[in-house]
Structure formats: structure tokens, C-alpha cells
Write a protein that binds this ligand. Structure first.
Ligand code: CP
Length: 315
């Protein structure tokens, strides 16, 4: 597969590229069972994580993925950097470029910043989540997890529940699921279902209606209060009553053998009750594990424009 310089979204990936990444992640995951979990693929390369927003899973997953590929990793702490003194994103990137990093993994609250950096930098840029726009490696790890549960040929239904409007995860994952032939339904407060959603999405007004559609998997989203400029529902308690997997709904989920995914972080008592986390068909931890393998596949595939000259260094 021809390498690319950057991974910025899911829309621009061809079917062949998607299949290549999902297939490549498999052997990387097998590596996790070995006593030595490292391969020398990116030895001598440097990976920099540049996160302007908090992250637990994505940042540490990229760090572990890069280290398992033998790259050197630097975590750039925005809070402790000259960004707080007013340095612009592009000046920061210029400074980091001067350090000859090969990969920049960027998360930013504004949509489009990773694209801007990618145009500016010779390093390969991976979008680790930008505003409402995209989170392509989350989508790839979700698709890889879906494939572990359902065979490639199976035609499946996935119900996405929650704050679709503000969710880059919903945007990227639903786009990738549709590309893989999955039927997608959405359920959430009216104001959190975007007008511009794809026309083939089924929109449900209640969980009961959605259950009648017979979803194979329910993908729960976190309510992103930090991005909401208006109040879309009266309270988190009421959100849970109407759109959460309550104990009553969980009984139906178990009875019907419906699988559960969530990108994390989970708000217990809002999107779901505690028991869901212990459910044998809850895939949340599997998603996290698969995040490392799929991110290894992404780093393996991308090709920075940084010099590939194997220099003899004289000291
Ligand atoms: N799923 C996800 O992006 O989690 P973090 O915000 O912890 O990286």
C-alpha cells in the first residue's frame, strides 16, 4: 500500500487503505502476547505528542504504540510550554520542526488545526481529535473491534446514542462504519442530532423505538458539556432516564445479546449504569487495547517528508 504523509480524517481514506490498516493492526495486536512486545520498525524515528486538550486513552495509546515500534517519544506538555505565553500553533510547530521530529500527533479544540499543521510541517501529522471534526484513529480502532466481534461479511446494525452534534467520534466512526457496510441509527436529544447527518442514518425518538430496530451493537457517547454552548436537556439525571442504559434497559441489552461500545471516558450513571462495565459483551477495554494496535498500523503506514538519509555522524 502506497504510504501517505498524514492521517487527518476518515473521509479521505480509500477502501483499500482502510482494509490495509485493519489488516496490518492484526499482527501488531498478536505481538502483545509475546514476551518482547517491540519491533524495530521506527528505530531512530521521533514521535511527538502535541495535545492542546486533555486525553487519557489517545495520548498514552500513541505513546505505547510508538514505543512498541521502537520510536523515541516526546510528550509536549502544552500547559507547561510557551503556548501559555501566547506562542501561536504554527510558531510552536516551527520550533518543533527545528528539532526534526518525524511524527506529530496533535489534538486541538479547534477543527482544522491538524490540517493546518500538516500543510506546514514535513513531519507526518496524525489527527488525534480536533474540535467537532474528526478522530480518525478512534474510528479505526472501533472498526477493528467491530471486525473482531462480527465477520467482515456480516451486515450489522449499530445504534449511536448521545451527543452526536459535538462528537468527532460519532462523525468519524459512523463514516467508517458506513464505508464498511454497517447500518447506522442515531438516538439523542433533538438538538444534539445534527441537521447535516447522512440521509441513510435512521433517527430514533426513543430507546424503545431503537430497540425495535434490533441493533447488534449500541455505541454510547459521552455527553460533552465542555462543548455545549446551550442547554440541550434539563439535567444529567433526566438525560440518563431518557437516553442512558438504565438497569431496566440493560436487562433488555443482556437478553438480546447486544454488544456495547463507548470511546471513553465513561460517565457512570449518565450514559450507563455500573453493571454495563462488567457485562461480557461490553467492548470498552477491548477498544482501548485495540487502540494501540491500530495506531501502530497508522504509524507504520505513514511516511514523513523528513530526511531519510542515514547520516554517518562524526564527533
Ligand atoms: N476516546 C478518547 O479520545 O479518549 P481520550 O480523550 O481519553 O483520549
Amino acid at each position: 500500500m502506497e504510504p501517505r504523509k498524514d492521517l487527518l480524517d476518515i473521509e479521505s481514506l480509500s477502501s483499500e487503505e482502510i482494509e490495509f490498516l485493519l489488516k496490518t493492526a492484526g499482527p501488531f495486536k498478536d505481538l502483545f502476547e509475546k514476551s518482547v512486545k517491540k519491533v524495530p520498525t521506527l528505530r531512530g524515528k521521533s514521535v511527538l505528542t502535541l495535545f492542546y486538550e486533555p486525553s487519557t486513552r489517545t495520548r498514552s495509546s500513541f505513546e505505547i504504540a510508538a514505543k512498541r515500534l521502537s520510536a523515541d517519544v516526546t510528550n509536549f506538555s502544552v500547559a507547561a510550554s510557551s503556548v501559555v505565553k501566547g506562542e501561536s500553533v504554527l510558531d510552536t510547530v516551527d520550533t518543533l520542526q527545528a528539532m526534526k521530529v518525524d511524527y506529530i500527533i496533535v489534538r486541538h479544540p479547534a477543527s482544522g488545526i491538524p490540517n493546518l499543521i500538516a500543510k506546514h510541517a514535513n513531519a507526518s501529522v496524525v489527527n488525534a481529535g480536533d474540535g467537532f471534526h474528526a478522530h480518525p484513529t478512534q474510528a479505526l480502532l472501533d472498526a477493528f473491534t467491530l471486525r473482531e466481534v462480527f465477520p467482515k461479511s456480516a451486515r450489522k446494525r449499530v445504534l449511536i446514542v448521545g451527543d452526536i452534534l459535538h462528537s468527532r467520534v460519532a462523525r468519524s466512526t459512523s463514516t467508517l462504519f458506513r464505508k464498511l457496510g454497517v447500518e447506522v441509527g442515531v438516538l439523542g436529544p433533538g438538538g444534539l442530532i445534527p441537521d447535516g447527518k447522512p440521509k441513510e442514518f435512521k433517527v430514533f425518538r426513543s430507546f424503545d423505538e431503537a430497540f425495535e430496530w434490533k441493533p447488534d451493537l449500541i455505541y454510547l457517547l459521552r455527553i460533552q458539556l465542555e462543548r455545549q454552548k446551550a442547554q440541550f436537556f434539563p439535567s444529567l439525571h433526566e438525560y440518563h432516564q431518557v437516553y442512558g442504559v438504565t438497569n431496566e434497559r440493560f436487562a433488555r441489552v443482556e437478553k438480546e445479546g447486544i454488544w456495547i461500545m463507548h470511546p471513553g471516558p465513561v460517565n457512570r450513571g449518565v450514559e450507563l449504569v455500573d453493571n454495563v462495565m462488567r457485562y461480557e459483551r461490553c467492548l470498552i477495554n477491548q477498544q482501548v487495547e485495540n487502540g494501540i494496535a491500530t495506531r501502530m498500523a497508522v504509524l507504520y503506514w505513514l511516511k514523513p517528508q523528513t530526511s531519510s538519509r542515514e547520516a554517518e555522524v562524526e564527533v
